[in-house]
Design a protein around this ligand. Sequence first.
Ligand SMILES: Cc1cc2nc3c(=O)[nH]c(=O)nc-3n(C[C@H](O)[C@H](O)[C@H](O)COP(=O)(O)OP(=O)(O)OC[C@H]3O[C@@H](n4cnc5c(N)ncnc54)[C@H](O)[C@@H]3O)c2cc1C
Length: 508
Amino acid sequence: MAGAGPTGLTLALELARRGVEVRILDKSPEPFAGSRGKGLTARSQEVMDDLGIVDEVVEAGFRHLPNRVAVRGRVVGDSDPHADLNPTPDRPYESGLMIPQWRTEQILRERLSEFGIDVERGVEVVGFEQTTDKVTVRLAGGGTVMARYLVGCDGGRSTVRKALGVSFEGTGGIEGMLLGDVSVDGLTPDRWYQWSHPEKGFVALCPFRGINSWQFQGVPFADFDEEGNLPEPSLEYFQRVLDDIACDPGVRLSAPTWLSTWHVNVRMVDRFRDGRVFLAGDAAHVHPPAGGLGMNTGIQDAYNLGWKLALVLAGSADPSLLDTYQEERLPLARWTLGVSSAGLQKVTDNLGREDSSGFAGAATEDGQQLGLGYPWSSLSRDGDVTTGVRAGDRAPDAPCLSPDGSPLRLFDVFRGTHFTVLGFDGGPRHALQTLAEDAPDDVKYVVVGDSRGPGVDVVDDRGFARSAYGAHGGTLVVVRPDGYVALTAPATATDDVIDYLGCLVGRS
Ligand SMILES: Cc1cc2nc3c(=O)[nH]c(=O)nc-3n(C[C@H](O)[C@H](O)[C@H](O)COP(=O)(O)OP(=O)(O)OC[C@H]3O[C@@H](n4cnc5c(N)ncnc54)[C@H](O)[C@@H]3O)c2cc1C
C-alpha cells in the first residue's frame, strides 16, 4: 500500500494479522511528527480494541478533558462537553480520547512490527500500471513493486488518486488555521484552553497526556491575505497571536516540534476503486476538522477494506466482495463531509459570539461514530425483523461470563479476524457448529444462554446481550469481522446463515 499514515497502518495491520503478505511504502524518510488529528472517536477505540492496542491508546490519551472558554480574556465557561457520557454495557468507550496523531500512528506501527512488517521509508510511489491480475507499482528512482492490489492511502494530495484519474470534487483553500505542537509554561495541563475574541479571532491550546506538548490552533482574522493565506508560521508569530487574541494570558510557548498552516478543503472522490487499485482515507475524502472525524474516517475505511481484501486474496470470497467497499464507505464519506462542514459553520458562528462555548459548539451529530453502519449494503440481510438490531448496525458489546464464571464481554468474543454467529438460547446448534468446524479461522459459533449449562459458550447472566440484540428464543445474529451485524435470522433459518457465510468463507 502507498502511505503509512493512520489509514495505511490500520489497513496493513488488518491484512498482516490475517497472514496476508503486505508491503507498506511511504515517501517520507521519517514518521510525521505532528499531533494533527487528535480526537480518537469511541468507534475508533473499538477498532483499536479489536486490533489489540486499545490499552496503549487509552493510556496515552485524555478522556473527559474539560474545555475552558474565555472571551476577550475573561473565562466564560469551564466544562466537560461529554460529562453526561458514561460507559454502558453496550458501549464500553463512551467518548473520544485526545491523543496526538503521531502517538496513535506509533502504536499502530509497533503492533504492525509484531507481525514482522515495518514501513518502507523514503519510498515514493509515482505511478502504476494494472492488468486483470496484478498491479505494477512504479517508484521514484526507477524501481517497481508487483502486487495483486494497490491501496492509495497516500493522503489528500494522493499520487495514486491522480494516476487513477479519479476526480476530487469540492471546495477548498479558503478558511485556514495555524496549527502546531509547542511546550507551554503558565497553564496546568488539565483542560483544553480556548480563547475567542469576536473581532480578532480565536486561539486554543490542548495538552497531551504525560508530556509537555500542546496542540496550538489559531485563527487570527486580521492576518489572512486576499487569497486566504496566513503568514509563515513561527514560534514568535504563534506567541503574538496567542497574546493578542487571549489578551495577554501570561502563557509562554517554547520548543516547537511542528508548526504549520492548514487550509480547509471539502472534497471527495466519486469512486473508491478502479480495478485492482483502491483509495482510502484522505486520499478519498478531505473535510473540515470540526468534530475531529478525518483520521477516524480513514481508520474505518481501512477496517472495512481489510477483511474483504484478505478473504478475496485467500480465495475464500468472490472478488465481487470488494465492490461492497465503495458501496459501504462512499455514503459515509459524503455524510462526513456534510456534518463536518456544518460543524465548522457552527463553530465559526459560535466563536464570534460574546457567549461563545468554544469548540463544544462544533459537536457533530453522532460525533463518536457509534451510530454509523451499513444498513443499505448488499451484505446486510435482515432475516428476522423482530430482533432489536438491524443488519448493518454496529454490533453492540455486552458484559457476560464465560462458562467457568470469569468475565467475558461480547467484544472479547468478536476480537480477531472471524465472523461470529451468536445463537441465542442455543439456536440450531448442530448445523452451525459444523459450519464453524469447517472454517475455524473464519467463523466462530457461539451459544449465548442465560445460565451456565452444557453447550453454553457465553453466559448472559444479567441479560445484557439479550437486551442489546433484542434477541428472543433461538435468534441468530451473524457479526462481521469488522463488528457490524451482517444478518439476523430466526432459529429455523439455519440454511440462510450457512448460505450467507458459505459465499464469503466457503470457496477455498
Ligand atoms: C496539517 C494538517 C492538520 C490536520 N489537523 C486535523 C485535526 O485537527 N483534526 C482532524 O480530525 N484531522 C486533521 N487533519 C486530518 C488528519 O490528520 C487526516 O485525516 C489523517 O492524517 C488522514 O490519514 P491518512 O492516513 O489517510 O493520510 P495521511 O496522514 O496524510 O498519510 C498519508 C501518508 O502517505 C505518504 N505519502 C504521500 N504520498 C506518497 C507517495 N506518492 N508514495 C508513498 N507515500 C506517500 C505520506 O508521507 C503520509 O505518511 C489534519 C491534516 C493535516 C495535513
